[in-house]
Design a protein around this ligand. Structure first.
Ligand code: NAD
Length: 494
């Protein structure tokens, strides 16, 4: 990966994008399009189709036809495995171009995007390709006069609605296991970042995925997303995004066919640093990356730093120094450590949280302002607030931006109470040299993932899913396959 290649790819125009339905590109039936602007410089990149309910209808019908035809759903696992492996290799072959396209769309720094987006998407397709022919049915322990079998069958049509922060990675977390189990999929990317997923869908077709098995409808969440959520021929809906939209999806399911729903929602994840952390400087560096990379637009971001009081001042200063030293700017530059905020709407949300925290008495140690406005892009300085009490808005609500709340604690019990003191339960970290304390905290923190002496980095072998209002499903690992199968009992009288 060198800068000249990135610059050349970034200079290429992006064609107007359509919907991918029944194995072919087409415009929205209404002809409507949405403009896509790059958060790098605020300039227009291209347009995407603005799908209506009638386009969703066509996409779901296509997925259903493909499923019923059985070319994919009833194919031998070896065939599905070969196609998914081919897709993984194709993603790898054009990783840089996919990463650059995604960065132009959503502003993630390229150094992170190259690994987190095509790197992770390829690994995910490979993981589920390799897993799919190791999933067995079961024979029940019945009397000899009976044969009881438990069969795992594809569910049918899977709707997948994904956000803008890591579209390829999160899209692959849904698409790959759903396809591996034989389902058809209708994908709805975020209107803020659809481009790399549109290319992925095309790659899947080029690698031999039969037509209709994977369809994509772009456009506004409140229109095409809602239509997908309300559709009675969608059997399972998998979602990553905000709690507000998650709640709506629950209503849509209730109002339509009671489709199964798996929600991966937001977080307000605690990063707990005890005075006996093995290396405070390293802890500060990793903690800063855990909240400021991708400008804090990471669901598992460690947005609440809980620090033992005896090291509180020292550690808060280390963190503030890391924040100030962070290279923020053009995400297409290889040495940029934090790129752009994905949209102006998100940037004003971040500014709003900073204003509120100042009003509520937070002590601003670093950042606190929009930067690089002269570029036309959407950039925000990594921001650290000290003296944030558990009652303050910044301790409770997800910002989804580069804003860290620092709160001191006195005892392990205090730390635990604060760590569990929000409605969320997505991720957490504990920094300590005391193995017993690490174990106690891992058990007691109510979150889907608890890191010890690090932050982030979990791979495909382990699940990611929220507790409490952070959601109810799991992406990644073999556990994710459960979302995409129905269990069927066969009871045979001998
Ligand atoms: P969002 O909820 O605004 O949008 C997510 C998706 O839902 C988009 O595709 C959008 O078009 C669609 N949508 C919007 N309104 C809809 C409606 N009425 N019906 C159906 N679909 C609709 O979220 P976002 O701003 O794109 O992403 C940020 C959120 O995602 C944060 O809360 C973040 O924590 C969360 N997130 C969670 C995880 C996880 O694994 N738990 C991972 C990444 C992001």
């Amino acid at each position: 990966m060198d800068q000249a290649n990135i610059d050349a790819l970034a200079a290429a125009p992006v064609a107007a994008q359509g919907l991918f339905i029944d194995g072919a590109w087409r415009a929205a039936q209404s002809g409507a399009v949405m403009e896509v602007t790059s958060p790098i410089d605020g300039r227009k990149l291209t347009t995407i189709a603005d799908a209506g309910a009638e386009d969703v209808e066509a996409a779901v019908a296509s997925a259903r036809r493909a499923f019923d035809k059985g070319t994919w759903s009833r194919a031998a696992p070896g065939y599905r495995k070969a196609v998914l492996l081919k897709i993984a290799a194709a993603i790898e072959a054009e990783a840089l171009s996919l990463a650059v396209l995604g960065v132009r769309d959503n502003g993630t720094e390229i150094s992170m995007a190259i690994k987190a987006e095509p790197g992770s998407a390829a690994a995910t397709f490979r993981y589920y390709a390799e897993a799919l022919d190791k999933v067995y049915g079961e024979v029940a322990p019945t009397a000899e006069t009976v044969l009881g079998m438990i069969l795992r069958e594809p569910v049918g049509v899977v709707g997948a609605i994904v956000p803008w922060n890591f579209p390829l990675m999160i899209g692959a977390w849904k698409i790959a296991p759903a396809l591996a189990m034989g389902n058809s999929v209708v994908l709805k990317p975020s209107e803020v970042a659809s481009l790399s997923l549109l290319r992925l869908v095309e790659i899947c077709a080029e690698c031999g995925l039969p037509e209709g098995v994977l369809n994509v409808v772009t456009g506004q969440g409140a229109v095409s997303g809602e239509a997908l959520g309300l559709h009675s021929d969608v059997d399972v809906l998998v979602f990553t995004g905000s709690g507000g939209v998650g709640r709506k999806l629950l209503e849509y399911s209730a109002k339509s066919n009671i489709k199964r729903l798996y929600l991966e929602l937001g977080g307000k994840s605690p990063n707990v640093v005890f005075a006996d952390a093995p290396d405070l400087k390293q802890a500060a560096k990793v903690s800063a990356a855990g909240i400021f990379r991708n400008s804090g637009q990471v669901c598992v971001a460690g947005s609440r730093l809980l620090v033992e009081r005896s090291i509180h001042e020292e550690f808060a200063s280390l963190l503030a120094a890391e924040a100030k030293a962070m290279k923020v700017g053009n995400p297409l530059q290889l040495d940029t450590q934090a790129g752009a905020i994905a949209s102006e709407m998100q940037l004003s949300k971040v500014s709003g949280f900073v204003e509120t925290t100042l009003t509520e008495g937070g002590n601003l140690l670093a950042g606190g302002a929009r930067i690089l406005a002269e570029t036309g892009g959407s950039y925000y300085a990594p921001t650290v607030f000290d003296a944030v009490t558990p009652e303050m808005t910044l301790s409770r609500d997800e910002v989804f931006g580069p804003v860290l709340a620092v709160t001191p604690f006195d005892t392990e019990e205090d730390a635990l109470r604060m760590a569990n003191g929000t409605e969320y339960g997505l991720a957490a970290a504990v920094w300590t040299s005391n193995l017993s304390r690490a174990h106690r905290m891992v058990r007691a923190i109510d979150a889907g993932v608890v890191h010890v002496n690090t932050y982030g980095g979990a791979d495909n072998t382990v699940p990611l899913g929220g507790h409490r209002q952070s959601g109810n499903g799991h992406d990644k690992s073999l556990h994710a396959l459960d979302k995409y199968v129905n269990l069927k009992t066969a009871w045979l009288q001998m």
